[in-house]
Ligand binder design. Structure first.
Ligand code: MIC
Length: 688
């Protein structure tokens, strides 16, 4: 049967289950990605698995998020990560080398493979024809251990791109903003977007990576671009053409859904504050006063994204950033930084008044460059959730580098098409892969690794303990929240809070600090509680701190109208019930302080009941909620989370295990014995 590319790759990696959209499947994982802000918890949980070495083809630990070293906390984390990476067979990319997603497309992403990464924008690597999925740290740790990755089988959406972008003023950022405009921040849930058509063939790898990165903003599982001549050429410039494989959708293959976009018709778009799907045509916001413009982040930090604003500043006799503005630019990687330095783009930007930042996530996660109060910031980033910039009442607009470049001259949101003839862009010099590679450290040999001690600073605390579920759970509602709560509301961004990523008791003190400052006090007084949320609860990042912090505070269940995919899974993996309202009226009547009981929860989960009974103690009323838990997830919740589940049920399956012989970690230098150990863990009983 003719298959689309997504299903071909899924089929190739399928360990358990049927490729039926929505039904649980388990996939063999080839590569994993960790960054520092999620990596410390992920690796400490990996330690709890008791394995001596990772068991995937390639595992990489990057340091790109927590790099504002205000005190000892971040550097202590980095030192621990470097040691853990060395010990367990993980490559370590040192801070300053670049943003994980850029380095991944430059050095590691491989057509036809599957990667899971503890960062929602792991999806970026789909630009090279792999399926790259964001996940919580624990799920990534488990995948690194050689267990297959469990997920609901995604539906596949064909995105047919016709025509051609009207470059340079209309860009690939506008394609993904258009998808967000059409489908909303939850419109991609449970779906992989496969891009086809002549408009796709015309996109460069960095342009594809912008779209693949921000597919996460739709709540999607992944985006994939079939490898083609552009991919081969890209891999060639990266000195790794051998990683190219010929593959693509079979002719006459079917898709579950289809979206058509005519690129000839597309104009510049802008996402208004404070959600990436509040997208409008530029005409609606043109003229808005700005105090800040930022180029870069894990999207739009490629050579061309910086060369265009550089050229605009240099054009017409050298213009400067408008006096009312502060402007910053972030190159995505050491290769890009070197290229802009060599070509002269760096000089153009600096002379024009742009502040140059190092290749890290930076202002995108509130690491400096918070905008002033009561002012607008225009950013080429991927997210603008409230407060993410570091300023509590922020007003952040998202756009393409073209819009940002034109606006930089006027101090107002400006339609770049008004600029006129395109400026002359300086040619990109050949990229130099080795300048990154020398800063990516290979793991220690297994013999040396065994003896390695792990340095841990005072801010580093072991992950919280999990307890099996009680027969019946009674608790009070600690907060009622609206639609589209982001993980940033639960575990905020920014220098201060993110420095506690290795310290759950400390980070828990910031939960809902803007949305509901009394929340923590209530839980401390009551000892436990429930959260009630609306639609798309937990949208945004993969940070499992948004589940670990509530766990630490005693949250037993979250009741929501719907959940974002990664956060839902993080709750379950950490042993917190993720329950769904059947009737919106039950959400409407929920009140803070009310006591709800789940009288038969353990039995209902064990019996696989679709309905879960809820009793409101004050009125005696009963209603039922439901769930979309896979059978293994029900077991997980009964036992108190994924780690307990693996300890109880993850008996060795022997032989090839679920990952089969392909699951062995090639190039990690494992001894036969250690390979055996990891492979033996195999399916870990996840689908018994
Ligand atoms: C983000 O863009 O929101 C982050 C910061 O990269 C997160 C990861 C984190 O919170 O550490 C993500 O995308 O998952």
């Amino acid at each position: 049967m003719p298959e689309n590319l997504t299903r071909q790759i899924l089929k190739e990696h399928l360990v358990e289950g049927e490729l039926e959209p929505g039904s649980p499947i388990a996939l063999k994982i080839d590569q994993t990605l960790l960054q520092d802000a999620t990596g410390t918890m992920a690796l400490m949980q990996f330690e709890q698995l008791g394995l001596s070495r990772v068991s995937v083809d390639r595992a990489v630990q990057y340091v790109d998020h927590n790099v504002v070293q205000l005190d000892y906390k971040n550097p202590d984390d980095h030192r621990m990560l470097q040691a853990l990476a060395g010990k367990y067979g993980i490559h370590y990319s040192r801070p300053g080398n670049g943003i994980s997603h850029y380095i991944s497309i430059e050095r590691f992403a491989k057509p036809g493979q599957i990667m899971v990464g503890a960062d929602s924008h792991t999806t970026t690597s789909g630009a090279l024809g792999m399926i790259a999925i964001g996940a919580g740290g624990l799920d990534v740790a488990v995948a690194m251990g050689g267990y297959p990755y469990e997920i609901a089988c995604p539906a596949v959406v064909q995105v047919q791109l016709e025509g051609e972008l009207q470059r340079p003023w209309v860009q690939s950022k506008d394609i993904i903003l258009e998808l967000l405009r059409q489908l909303s921040a939850s419109g991609g849930k449970g779906k992989i977007f496969e891009f086809t058509g002549p408009g796709t063939a015309d996109l460069s790898i960095p342009e594809r990576s912008t779209i693949a990165n921000m597919i996460a903003e739709l709540g999607a599982t992944s985006a994939v671009f079939a490898p083609d001549e552009n991919t081969r050429e890209w891999l060639h410039t990266q000195d790794r053409e051998e990683d190219f494989s010929e593959m693509g959708p079979d002719s006459d293959c079917a898709y579950d859904e289809r979206v058509d976009i005519d690129l000839n018709e597309l104009g510049p778009l802008v996402a208004k504050p404070s959600n990436p799907d509040k997208v409008v045509p530029i005409e609606e916001v043109a003229g808005t006063d700005l105090a800040q413009i930022c180029f870069g982040s894990s999207v739009n930090s490629a050579y061309i994204d910086l060369a265009l604003p550089g050229a605009v500043l240099d054009d017409r006799g050298g213009q400067i950033v408008h006096p009312s503005l502060a402007a910053t630019a972030t190159p995505g990687s050491r290769q890009i930084l070197t290229a802009i330095a060599e070509s002269g783009v760096y000089r153009q930007l600096v002379q024009g008044g742009v502040r140059m930042l190092e290749p890290v996530c930076g202002p995108c996660v509130g690491m400096g460059m918070a905008p002033p109060s009561n002012a607008n910031s225009l950013r080429t980033f991927n997210r603008n959730f409230p407060g993410r910039s570091g300023t509590a009442e922020d007003s952040v607009f998202l756009c393409s580098p073209a819009v940002a470049a034109a606006s930089m001259l006027t101090g107002k949101i400006t339609d770049p098409r008004e600029y006129g003839d395109a400026p002359e862009i300086l040619d990109m010099p050949p990229l130099k892969p080795y300048i990154e590679d020398v800063h990516i450290f290979a793991p220690a040999d297994p013999g040396d690794a065994e003896k390695m001690e792990i340095p841990r600073g005072p801010n580093i605390k072991t992950p919280p303990e999990h307890t099996p579920i009680e027969d019946s759970i009674e608790a009070r509602i600690a907060t009622v929240q609206p639609d589209d709560i982001s993980t940033g509301d639960l575990a905020p961004d920014g220098v201060e809070v993110m420095s506690y990523r290795s310290n759950i008791p400390a980070i828990a003190e910031f939960t809902f600090r803007h949305r509901d400052p009394e929340f923590r006090g209530r839980l401390k007084e009551w000892g436990r509680g429930f959260i009630v949320g609306g639609d798309n609860y937990g949208q945004g990042s993969s940070r499992e701190h948004a589940a670990l912090a509530p766990l630490q505070l005693g949250v037993k269940a979250v009741f929501a109208k719907s959940f974002a995919r990664i956060h839902r899974r993080n709750l379950v993996a950490q042993g917190i019930l993720a329950l769904l309202f059947k009737d919106d009226a039950d959400y409407d009547r929920a009140e803070v302080g009310e006591t709800w009981t789940l009288p038969n929860i353990k039995q209902e989960l064990e019996q696989g009941s679709e309905d879960i009974t809820v009793r409101i103690e004050e009125s005696g009323d009963e209603f039922s909620v439901t769930h979309d838990l896979a059978p293994t997830e029900r077991d997980m919740l009964v036992l108190g989370g994924l780690l307990n589940f693996l300890k109880e049920k993850g008996e060795r399956v022997g032989g090839d295990g679920a990952n089969g012989s392909n699951g062995k970690a090639a190039g990690t230098g494992q001894s036969k014995e250690q390979e055996g150990e990891a492979v033996d863990q195999g399916v870990g009983g996840q689908f018994e």
